[in-house]
Design a protein around this ligand. Sequence first.
Ligand SMILES: [Zn+2]
Length: 374
Amino acid sequence: MKISLIVPSVNQAPTHRPRACVYCEEPILHRHGTVSKPLEDHKMSRVEAHRYKCLGCKRTFRHYPRGVTNKTQSLRTVVLAALMHGLGLSCSATSHLLGALGAQVAKMTVWRDAQEAGEALRKSRPAGRVRVLGADETVYKVKGREVVVGFVVDGAGGRTLGFEVLFEGDGHSFREWLEPYVKGFGVEVLVSDDNDSYSVAAAELGLDHQVCVAHVRKYVAKRSKAILEQAEKEDRKTDHHERTADLEEDLLRVRQLVEDLGEPGEAELGRMHRRYLWARPPKAKERASAGYRMRMLTLELSSKWGKLLLHRRRPELEMDGTNNASERAIGKSKVRYKTMRGYKSTPGMSNGIALTQWLYSGEDEHDLAREMAA
Ligand SMILES: [Zn+2]
């Protein structure tokens, strides 16, 4: 991924007069002297600021050159500190690196710069139409505790639309989490992994639902292996060898159907399911038999078939049937996270996520100073 990072320049002295008084907007101002301002910056140690007196409110204020604010740091060291931190350096490593370049920026200042950048980025909300919404959750550690964060992406382009701390994992909470996106972007389809809370939310929000086919294939492979192993164990106790051979063949067929994802799969799974109706549910404290597990697997897949095939049934939406877009979005903020031992606060975590999502958004140009000024 190519990223072009824009770092603002710093001027030695103001090149133009202020347009109006910073307090009362009065345009008529009197120049009221010049002050020399010490600056933490890797190229300049001092800049000139001009003082002005307002004829309206009689107050005086400083007018700074481009790239300078009332902070001791230049704007470019704020941006550099936030970028270095966002790209993976710790606060103290960032402080050392800026120090080596000639700008003394304390590690607490680096932390504040990164927070300020993250807060600014969190305020900017994407706009536009999104027909396919991808959603997924991940876990972060905040002060040693696990915090679940839900990510929402544009399922087609992969753009991150937002993220939220999720306190509950039930269908109702997922609906509340996703509803503003669905309404704001005019969403038609939800893509997610095979978690019932997403199914509930999708149904309540009136969305079509695509369940990630990669997840389902993986879990069908795992379940068929477990069912077959159990059948072989049951075999040794009784004498049902033929039945196990049939089961093995059926399991292979199930995996093939899930691989092919054809329209007739639903009916075939339904027929297969009826052939396992002989398998009784387990009694209390009893383990489910291999046959019963097969009965349930075929039932589950045939009833879910429409959610697996949605991407084929609605080709105009250009979905690939997976939830990979959401997983990639989460990955953008995990690169940074892997080098840390967790976050110290929830806002700190949110700012860190905002900064990394923005850095790896895939946009060509990244102008942090512009985002922070907006
Ligand atoms: Zn004024």
